[in-house]
Design a binder for this molecule. Structure first.
Ligand code: HDD
Length: 713
């Protein structure tokens, strides 16, 4: 699939775009339609509908005189502009959304009456918003951070919001600690930095005093926190929920989203550079994939269990800092989520979408997880603050797509208003009296029997903080374990207080002595005494394959991106073979060239570039190739950006294909002596095929030991 443009265009014309000949109806994101007359442009009006004659000049006394208060057009325009912003989300401010659908592939009618899970093959409209947590709305995409994975499913019995993350556990066990945790990770209140980073004193101070966070920390310090694409990451509902059948019988459930194109992350040094080269890396990737027709897809999996399993499981299923390994409780795949439509308007849809954990349809219910219980309060509250009115459900992106009938009325910006006389219930107005409750179809909670004193007490069963952190670590491949050690060392190296660094390492000693020693060594810190542990670590938990990214990587390069660095005179046959092989693999490619106008190939053909070399560093690609003429290679050899292109690709363990003539560039970049089997000379079509096939491994990790001081330590 050739990428002919930098970013795919939206299928529809953006509202407000100049209109050419031909009549068309355009629908605003708010649902209103604008009639565009054949051949004519639409007349600009005020918000009150008055046609505007002059939108270039304010009304003044004389051309050089003072402005007049009666200029209602100017006043309205500036008034509206002044109020364009709404409060950004207090967490997950930076996000990107898309529309799609959920399709049921395996009925769950045996365990839940939830309408969405009854009929195989039925599609339910969905909206998904991915996000980072710590950064503000304008921060960069590749922060080391948890990714939000929030799914709104417009079911026939009400919206179901599964507001999850790309990590199956959380930092804290009780929602009352959420403001502290978020304050600690966000910029410090006095200096308002660092932005979108956890590498600072406040965060690690809080973490090192909150041992329950250590399991989550292992995930956040792993490459899970720097995903290559939203498309290549998993999603998790985190908490234990309940399914309820028609008789009110309960089955516990944990939700998983598994990406069809499997898992992939970037490396830290690459993430740092991507943030400079393209701060919108993830949103652009999602936009490009959807607009080019390569629709991102996930499978929905469920882990189902009963009270007996919960009673015998090593940890408390209500503890959100624990997961249930898939090897112990298999994930049953029951459906697929496909994102096939970008938004028409970012603000109307992605910004105004309001997820609430308490939005569940009949057949789905909560567990007593204390984090979930607290969330169920927080989200409704936050939407009122953000969107400014209890009528936020009237905004099209939030409105259910099933019939609604209730007696709620009035309030700011009420768009749906009751008709008729009865606005209360019970009433005796018969059929005109409005909706009535339905004891059969209506939502019912699980009839749990609860006992116990009113108290503020953390259950004893939540007290093990290290065992699953260790299990996560030992489930990783050696390179992933190394990255975890590197990340903790890097983050703590940005912490100014040595006692905080030491306190964190004192916890690592309960997770893995080798990890603790590596980090201490990396920091130049004497190994501290182990922290006081509430419970000893269970060291015998078996590794879980499902927890590693590398073990769950793709078996093809589909959906990944080649960067092809070309110069004038580049071998046309080689270039054609590479493009054909990439297309066959269903990969995309971009051409990087000394000039954005492109190059003239050896056969005289002109090829346009998508990136000028300075703007298209290799960090933007999953694998790179350099096809240059001898003169072109000499030119590149004298260019710092071209040298970075290959040295970075090499340092990030990428597969590199190159035409023999390009060797001058590798010479000048100081790489020639180190070129390894993942640097593949491209001479024939079969070399090209070998190269593309090799790229399926995504990275040549063996190289990392050569290019990283920490690996040699
Ligand atoms: Fe939260 C937003 C996920 C714990 C309070 N959260 C928010 C979003 C996601 C999550 C994905 C962004 C939704 C969007 O795209 O609009 N949050 C989680 C997960 C958690 C979690 C997976 C733990 C398992 N959150 C959590 C707690 C609280 C909150 C414990 C408060 C007690 N979260 C909020 C919030 C936000 C939010 C303040 C901010 C913006 C919003 O809700 O709409 O209410």
């Amino acid at each position: 699939m050739t990428k002919g443009k930098k970013s795919g265009d939206a299928p529809k014309k953006a509202p407000g775009a100049p209109v050419g000949a031909g009549a068309e109806m355009r629908q605003g994101a708010g649902g209103e339609t604008h009639q565009v007359a054949g051949g004519d442009v639409v007349t600009l009006t005020t918000a009150q509908g008055a046609p505007v004659a002059d939108d270039q000049n304010t009304l003044r006394y004389g051309a050089r005189g003072p402005a007049l208060l009666e200029d209602f057009h100017f006043r309205e325009k500036i008034f509206h502009f002044d109020h364009e912003r709404i409060p950004e989300r207090v967490v997950h401010a930076r996000g990107y959304g898309a529309h799609g659908y959920f399709e049921l592939t395996d009925s769950l009618a045996d365990v839940t009456r939830a309408d969405i899970f009854q009929r195989v093959g039925e599609r339910t409209p969905a909206f998904v918003r991915f996000s980072t947590v710590a950064g503000s709305k304008g921060s960069f995409d590749l922060a080391r951070d948890v990714r939000g994975f929030a799914v709104k499913l417009y079911t026939k019995e009400g919206n179901w919001d599964l507001v999850g993350n790309n990590i199956p556990v959380f930092f804290i066990q009780d929602a009352i600690k959420f403001p502290d945790m978020v304050h600690a990770v966000k910029p410090a209140p006095d200096r308002e930095f660092p932005q979108a980073q956890s590498a600072h004193d406040n965060f690690w101070d809080f973490i090192s005093l909150t041992p329950e966070s250590l399991h989550m920390i292992m995930w956040v310090m792993s490459d899970r926190a720097i995903p290559r694409s939203f498309r290549f990451m998993e999603g998790f509902g985190v908490h234990t929920f309940r399914f309820l059948d028609a008789d009110g019988h309960s089955t516990f459930v944990k939700f998983h989203w598994k990406p069809k194109k499997r898992l992939q992350s970037v490396v830290w040094n690459e993430a740092v550079k991507i943030n400079g080269a393209d701060p919108d890396f993830h949103r652009r990737d999602l936009w490009d994939a959807i607009t080019s027709g390569d629709f991102p897809e996930w499978e929905l999996g469920v882990q189902l269990f009963d009270q007996a399993f919960a009673d015998t499981f090593t940890f408390d299923v209500l503890d959100p800092t624990k997961l249930i390994p898939e090897e112990e409780l298999p994930v049953r795949i029951v459906g697929r989520l496909v994102l096939d439509r970008v938004v028409d308007n970012f603000f109307a849809e992605t910004e105004q979408v309001a997820f609430c954990t308490q939005n569940v349809p009949p057949g789905i219910d909560f567990s007593n997880d204390p984090l979930l219980q607290g969330r169920n309060f927080s989200y409704l509250d936050t939407q009122l603050k953000r969107l400014g009115s209890p009528n936020f459900t009237h905004i099209p992106i939030n409105a259910p797509k099933c019939p609604m009938a209730h007696f709620q009325q009035d309030g700011h910006m009420a768009m749906r208003n009751p008709i008729g006389r009865a606005n209360y219930e019970p009433n005796s107005w018969g059929a005109a009296g409005g909706p009535r409750e339905d004891p059969v179809r209506g939502f019912r909670s699980f009839a749990a029997e609860e006992t116990g004193p009113k108290t503020r007490l953390r259950p004893e069963s939540f007290a093990d903080h290290y065992s699953q952190a260790r299990q996560f670590l030992i489930s990783q491949t050696p390179i992933e374990q190394k990255h975890i050690g590197d990340a903790i060392t890097f983050e703590l190296s940005k912490v100014e207080r040595p006692d905080i660094r030491a306190r964190l390492v004192s916890h690592l000693r309960h997770i893995d002595e080798h990890l603790a020693a590596t980090v201490a060594n990396g920091l130049g810190l004497p190994l501290p005494e182990p922290a006081k542990a509430a419970r000893p670590t269970i060291t015998g938990l078996p590794p879980s394959e499902a927890l590693s990214i590398v073990k769950n990587g793709p078996d093809s390069f589909a959906g990944r991106k080649f960067g092809i660095l070309l110069t004038d005179g580049a071998d046309a046959a080689l270039f054609d073979a590479l493009v054909a092989a990439a297309d066959k693999e269903k990969a995309v490619h971009e051409i990087v060239a000394p000039k954005i106008g492109g190059v003239t190939l050896s056969d005289g053909r002109a090829v346009a570039a998508q990136q000028k070399i300075d703007g298209g560093p290799s960090v933007l690609f999953d694998a790179v190739a350099v096809i240059a003429s001898p003169e072109g290679a000499a030119l590149l050899a004298g260019d710092a950006a071209a040298k970075d292109f290959v040295t970075d690709a090499f340092a990030h363990c990428k597969f590199i294909g190159y035409a023999e003539e390009a060797i001058a560039l590798f010479d000048k970049a100081g790489l020639t002596a180190d070129l390894d089997e993942a640097c593949i000379v491209l001479e024939t079509e079969s070399d090209v095929q070998d190269f593309v096939q090799a790229c399926r491994a995504l990275r040549f990790w063996d190289r990392e030991a050569k290019v990283d001081l920490d690996a040699k330590a």
